[in-house]
Design a protein around this ligand. Structure first.
Ligand SMILES: Cc1cc2nc3c(=O)[nH]c(=O)nc-3n(C[C@H](O)[C@H](O)[C@H](O)COP(=O)(O)O)c2cc1C
Length: 192
């Protein structure tokens, strides 16, 4: 039975992302997957990696548990809004603190490349943005997706990484929101 971990990364509970994450969960539960959801806003951790990789920063209990959950899952679903072209600081802090060398990747001793330590897992990124999708694609070089897909998830070994991108989310009609929520439900149902 597929093990799915949902990272619900909008700091605001009253958000479209939050609703999408819980619709995905609802769908996945119908299909009997083993599924866990983490509301990042409820975790107790310092999102600042104070010394980069130069000093070890002790992991809070909540982050130790996050590493266990990431190892446990076979499919990671990240639900996040696009803020300033990237992810909210809460999610960025989560990446900085959780995806550490020795856990998520390991540079090779000869300096030539790295080992991806989280291989064998796939991922889906569900994200919302104020601008229409084509705007990010044409004028922003699809930067958000490149960062999430290439610089973070593929770097650590997640493959394949898929996306469900919702443009024009700030002003979406009720009908559109319902369509998106239904899609999130079906993604969950299929464990996609
Ligand atoms: C701090 C902040 C920065 C934002 N930056 C962008 C941006 O760079 N591009 C964009 O299209 N929308 C931007 N938005 C709009 C959000 O992407 C949009 O409100 C969100 O995706 C709606 O989903 P939600 O209800 O889950 O928050 C920003 C919103 C906030 C609060």
């Amino acid at each position: 039975m597929k093990k799915i971990l949902i990272l619900n990364a909008n700091p605001d509970e009253d958000s479209l992302c939050n609703a999408l994450a819980y619709k995905y969960l609802e769908g996945a539960k119908k299909s009997d997957y083993k599924i866990k959801i983490v509301n990042l806003r409820e975790l107790d951790f310092d999102p600042i990696l104070h010394h980069g990789y130069n000093k070890v920063q002790e992991l809070e209990d909540d982050l130790k548990e996050q590493q266990e959950l990431i190892k446990w899952c076979e499919h990671l679903v990240i639900v996040a809004p696009l803020w300033w072209g990237s992810v909210p600081a809460l999610l960025k802090g989560y990446f900085d603190r959780v995806l550490l060398p020795g856990f998520a990747f390991k540079f090779k001793p000869d300096g030539k490349g790295w080992d991806k330590l989280l291989t064998g897992r796939s991922s889906t990124v569900i994200y919302t943005q104020g601008a229409p999708f084509f705007f990010s694609f044409l004028f922003m070089g699809d930067a958000f997706w490149k960062i999430l897909n290439k610089a973070v998830l593929d770097f650590c070994g997640f493959k394949p990484v898929k996306r469900f991108a919702l443009g024009g989310a700030s002003k979406a009609s009720e009908k559109k929101r319902e369509e998106w929520l239904e899609k999130a439900y079906f993604l969950g149902l299929k464990g996609y």
